[in-house]
Structures are given as structure tokens and as C-alpha cells.
Write a protein that binds this ligand. Structure first.
Ligand code: NCD
Length: 326
């Protein structure tokens, strides 16, 4: 596996499955009274967040701490970034303090790639502009595999503001690597130019797509990234692309409703749907910790961690990484 995780496209099928299997092992830790492994003791993980975040930042922090790493949380607000310091100088400063891994969220697509060229440690992309959010896609795939027992062959609809969504981009890439069929559903104004080249089908009609879905992944309308009117009114958007109880009624019995969060209740998803038994929204957050532990472990644990079944790959009292079934 590469030293960095910048894009879902960095992952081969085997690497993605290794991460999911390792996350499965990590998730067993949450059932224990002491939820810690000594694996990354003495290593330092920096959370470098230039954009707001609730789930992703805290999830990476919990994940690193459960592996016994030291964690530095850096947010651009209140730092020397407001004095004009560049990303490169900020990163070199943090590296000088001994960062072994930098988890970065940045408003500019490509920022993590630039960072990877400047520092010696691992770079993990926690969301760059409208580009990618690979650990979100991994935790989504993990959630699907847990609930449906597989990812290959699933019909997954990704619905809403695809244009501004790094979650959609990473999911399309990873889900196609893992053999799922993805349909993007959005108004034409919220689909990117060139979407025909993505490994996904496209539809403007949510009602036509829903009956054959195993998973419906709703996306937030990312108004903070919008510089124009992409749809007439919120009411009109919700009427055509919102998931309410009438739409959910046509879903198959086992179909899941997913959302990366934060949700806007009443806009892309009705409250009663978000809180229903088929919604995995809270479960996705819990799974995010296991998946990020797995990624940190595999990227920072070195070659030993990746030698499947090797003695060094064993956690105390647990099975070896990769032993779980795909
Ligand atoms: C997403 C993001 O920041 O890209 N959220 C997340 O990481 N869980 C999606 C969003 O903000 O709507």
C-alpha cells in the first residue's frame, strides 16, 4: 500500500478489501472495556483542518488515540494561516515538530497532493474541495458490507448535489473498484461536466431509480460552495429530490438509507426517514472510527502490518489483519 491515501483511486480492490477487513477487526475493540491498542505509541498524527468539520475531525482524532498515537489538532482559524502563512510553511512547521502523519481537510481540490510532495510523513486526505474524501467512501463501503454482507453487485443510488460532492466522487471510484453498480441522481444543474465518463449511470428521475436500489445515499446540498442558483427553490428541490416517507415506501425491504452528514432535515431527507430503522447515518459515524483506525494502522504500521497473518500483524488477543472474510 502507498504511504499516502489521497484518492479512492489509489486503492486496488485487494487494498480496499484489506482496509475493510482490518476495520472489521478494529471494530471489535469498541466492545472492550479498554478501547486502546499500543500500535502507534510514540507516533504523532496531526489533524490539519482548513474547513469546518464535526464527524471527520473527531473521528480521525478518536481513531489515532485508540491506536495510542499522540494527536495534534490544528485548525486554520486562530493559527498563523490568518497572518498569511502558506500551506507549505504550515506543513513544514508541523513536520519539524515530528508529525508522522498529516490528516488534511482543505477547501482547494489537490491540496493533499501538494502536501504529499513537501513532507516525509504520510498524508491522508480528509476532504479536498469538491474533489475527494476517500475515508468517507471506505466507511460507506464498510457500512454496506456489514449490512448487506457484500458490496459487489449492489445497486447504489447517490442522490443530490453531485457537482459539489467529494463524497460522491470518492464513492463512485471505490464502489466501482469493489464491483457495485452506481446510479447518480440529480438535477442536470447539479451534475458535473463530463459525468458520462464516470463509472456510473446517470438519472434525473429519483422515483424511477428507487425501486431497484439496495442503497440510497443522500447528499447534502452544499450551499457554501454555490456561487449561483442551481435550483429554483428549496421546496422544489425537496419535492423532486428529497427522500420522504412516500418515496421510502417503494424501496425494497432490505434497502438502506445512507448519508455522510451533516444532514439538513426536511431538505434532502425527511426527519422520519433519517431516524428510521433503515437509516445508517449514526452507524456510519461509528464505522468511521474503525475504518480510520485501519487506514492509520496500515499506512503507519509499516510493511509488517501489511504482511497478512504475520506475527506482527496480530493485535493482542485478536485475529490477524485480513483474516476476516471479504
Ligand atoms: C461531507 C464533507 O465534508 O464532504 N461530510 C463529511 O465529511 N461527513 C459532506 C457534506 O459536508 O455535506
Amino acid at each position: 500500500m502507498s504511504r499516502h491515501l489521497l484518492s479512492a483511486a489509489d486503492l486496488s480492490r485487494d487494498e480496499a478489501v484489506l482496509i475493510l477487513d482490518t476495520a472489521e477487526e478494529m471494530s471489535r475493540l469498541s466492545d472492550r472495556a479498554v478501547k486502546k491498542l499500543p500500535t502507534l505509541r510514540g507516533r504523532t498524527v496531526v489533524n490539519l483542518f482548513f474547513e469546518d468539520s464535526t464527524r471527520t475531525r473527531t473521528s480521525f482524532e478518536v481513531a489515532a488515540k485508540r491506536l495510542s498515537a499522540d494527536v495534534i489538532n490544528f485548525s486554520a482559524k486562530g493559527s498563523s494561516v490568518s497572518k498569511g502563512e502558506s500551506l507549505k510553511d504550515t506543513a513544514l512547521t508541523l513536520e519539524a515538530m515530528g508529525a508522522d502523519a498529516v490528516v488534511i481537510r482543505h477547501g482547494s481540490s489537490g491540496a493533499p497532493h501538494r502536501l504529499a510532495g513537501w513532507i516525509r510523513g504520510s498524508v491522508l486526505n480528509a476532504g479536498d474541495g469538491t474533489h475527494e474524501h476517500p475515508t468517507q467512501a471506505l466507511l460507506d463501503a464498510f457500512t454496506m458490507r456489514r449490512r448487506h454482507g457484500r458490496v459487489a453487485g449492489l445497486n447504489v443510488a447517490i442522490v443530490g448535489d453531485v457537482l459539489h460532492s467529494r463524497v460522491a466522487r470518492s464513492n463512485v471510484v471505490l464502489l466501482s473498484t469493489l464491483g457495485a453498480q452506481v446510479t447518480l441522481v440529480a438535477p442536470p444543474t447539479l451534475l458535473p461536466v463530463g459525468v458520462e465518463a464516470w463509472p456510473a449511470a446517470v438519472s434525473y428521475d429519483l422515483d424511477a431509480v428507487l425501486p431497484k436500489c439496495d442503497v440510497v445515499m443522500m447528499l447534502r446540498v452544499q450551499r457554501e460552495r454555490m456561487d449561483a442558483a442551481f435550483f429554483p427553490t428549496v421546496r422544489e428541490y425537496s419535492r423532486r429530490y428529497g427522500l420522504d416517507r412516500h418515496r421510502v415506501a417503494v424501496l425494497g425491504e432490505d434497502a438502506l438509507v445512507m448519508h455522510p452528514g451533516p444532514i439538513v432535515r426536511g431538505m434532502e431527507i425527511a426527519s422520519e426517514v433519517a431516524d428510521s430503522a433503515r437509516s445508517t447515518i449514526v452507524e456510519q459515524v461509528a464505522n468511521g472510527v474503525s475504518v480510520r483506525m485501519a487506514v492509520l494502522y496500515l499506512l503507519l504500521g509499516g510493511a509488517d502490518a501489511q504482511r497478512l497473518g504475520g506475527a506482527d500483524a496480530r493485535w493482542p488477543g485478536g485475529a490477524a489483519a485480513g483474516e476476516a472474510t471479504p
